[in-house]
Design a protein around this ligand. Structure first.
Ligand SMILES: Nc1ncnc2c1ncn2[C@@H]1O[C@H](COP(=O)(O)OP(=O)(O)OP(=O)(O)O)[C@@H](O)[C@H]1O
Ligand SMILES: [Mg+2]
Length: 268
């Protein structure tokens, strides 16, 4: 129901994609994972919680703003089967948004409560880089969120990535897995070249005692797809990269959510 936060009790699995630092591929992972889940037939929604550096509208190729119903409720636009809400629908891409803490908190709340999300099976959340106000607000609004940490393969990166895990722990969210991005480049000779080193994703997963959900190769088409709004899992569904995303989506889908709340079982 609009006006109410549907994600505190409904049967939606909330998956927050986080990292310790910027530029590791959170938004690309969020986009392709969301579309992969939709391609598996799941009802999927995506929340672009990166209110400063939003990128989901562009990556999903959405140019229309949400429509408004009954003066208050936003109907999210959808693309490749994914409904999405982003600050990018309200601010031109080249303008700066300056947030004061309470305004930010309120905006995130409205993104959850004043939106007709339907009843998605998954809400995938693209987190801003690092830790901070957004993470705190979201932990409050999405207490059942499961966190997936994206990292790059160099062993030095995992110390930074661990900050995201420490943040999740502070706000009492479970980390359910690690995704290593930019793991290797597959040359014309079919060899995998580990340009950014190797082992970082597995090391981090081992440290956090969670599975390494997948290793995503460095591919030009993934970057291009993000730039033009045509995710690689849609344009090249049988390619190596799409298969990795498909396997990650399947692995997440096969995990039992740690805490299941059923609407019918609520006491109030
Ligand atoms: N596996 C990959 N292969 C090729 N390019 C990639 C890959 N992953 C991400 N990129 C590119 O790297 C850049 C950064 O990726 P992305 O925007 O997804 O990262 P991010 O972690 O969301 O960044 P930010 O912290 O700024 O939000 C983008 O141009 C994206 O297209
Ligand atoms: Mg991003």
């Amino acid at each position: 129901m609009p006006g109410e936060n549907p994600f505190t009790h409904a049967n939606t699995r909330v998956i927050a994609i986080a990292s310790g630092k910027g530029g590791v591929g959170k938004s690309s992972v969020t986009t392709n994972l969301a579309v992969s889940l939709a391609r598996m037939g799941k009802r999927v929604a995506a929340l672009d919680a990166d209110v400063w550096g939003f990128s989901m509208p562009r990556m999903l190729g959405i140019s229309e703003a949400p429509s408004i119903k009954d003066d208050k409720t936003m109907i999210p636009p959808s693309s490749f089967g994914v409904r999405c809400i982003s600050m990018g629908f309200f601010v031109p891409e080249d303008q700066a948004v300056v947030w004061r803490g309470p305004m930010l908190h309120k905006a995130l709340e409205q993104f959850l409560t004043d939106v007709d999300w339907g009843e998605p099976e998954y809400l995938i959340v693209d987190m801003p880089p690092g830790t901070g106000d957004v993470a705190l607000s979201l932990a409050e609004f999405l207490p059942r969120a499961e966190v997936v940490i994206v990292t790059t393969p160099q062993p030095a990166a995992q110390a930074v990535a661990q900050r995201a895990a420490a943040m999740a722990d502070k706000v009492d969210l479970d980390v359910i897995g690690v995704i290593e991005n930019m793991s290797f480049f597959r040359g014309d000779d079919d060899k995998a070249y580990e340009i950014f080193g190797s082992g970082g994703g597995q090391d981090l997963a081992t440290r956090l005692e969670v599975p390494l959900l997948g290793r995503i190769p460095l591919v030009k088409e993934l970057r291009e797809g993000g730039d033009i709004g045509r995710p690689i899992v849609e344009t090249d569904p049988s390619g190596e990269t799409s298969q990795v995303f498909g396997a990650i989506a399947t692995a997440i889908d096969s995990m039992a959510p740690k805490r299941i709340y059923k609407k019918e079982l609520r006491l109030s």
